[in-house]
Write a protein that binds this ligand. Structure first.
Ligand code: FMN
Length: 183
């Protein structure tokens, strides 16, 4: 079984629910970046041991949260030795607007993975974009580079869309399949 870690920040609990669904699909361990932008005790060691690292952040002002960016900047210590080289990486982001510049956040998560010389796993699930599609169809938000999910600005985490969680679980399963295929 591959060792997969979901490292994420969530300010208000929405991205946390997506992180949980991705982790369920990937059979992964969750590593939450706290409100001060720090990992729990032993977090860096957990990441060092991972075969695959999945980044998650809400989209705030068209990018990652400052707490996620603090984690990313702290990972420069690992970058110096290229300690995450050749690990698998993937990413997800949640935001309030259907578009909301989520792709800018995804671009940053990809760039971070590339700085660490990682191998990026794409979404791998076609978007539901036909007339028959509903908000609960698979990959309705339509990410290709990673998982994009959306929750209305007045929706609590409990009110998020089932289709986004189904998609998140399937995305996690895909990452686990790719990780296992590497032996
Ligand atoms: C400071 C701030 C900036 C935000 N910027 C964006 C944005 O650029 N695009 C967007 O669609 N939603 C934006 N939102 C909405 C959040 O992405 C949305 O509420 C999300 O569900 C928050 O996730 P969280 O509960 O995991 O923190 C912003 C929210 C906050 C608090």
């Amino acid at each position: 079984m591959a060792n997969i870690v979901v490292v994420f920040h969530s300010g208000y609990g929405h991205t946390q629910r997506v992180a949980q669904a991705v982790a369920d699909g990937a059979d992964a361990q969750l590593l939450a970046i706290d409100a001060d932008g720090n990992l729990p005790e032993g977090g860096w060691e957990t990441l060092a041991a991972a075969d695959a690292i999945i980044f998650g952040s809400p989209t705030y002002m068209g990018g990652v949260s400052w707490q996620f960016k603090k984690f990313a900047d702290a990972s420069s210590k690992v970058w110096f030795t290229q300690g995450w080289k050749d690990k698998l990486f993937a990413g997800f982001t949640n935001s309030a607007t259907m578009n909301g510049d989520k792709v800018a956040t995804m671009g940053y998560l990809w760039t971070l993975a590339m700085q660490h010389s990682g191998l990026w796993v794409s979404m791998g699930i076609l978007p539901s974009n036909s007339k028959a599609a509903t908000r609960d169809s698979m990959n309705y938000v339509g990410g290709y580079g990673g998982l994009l999910t959306q929750s209305p600005s007045d929706a609590s985490p409990a009110e998020m869309f089932k289709g986004d969680f189904d998609t998140a679980r399937a995305f996690g399963e895909r990452i686990a399949t790719v990780a296992r295929s590497r032996g």
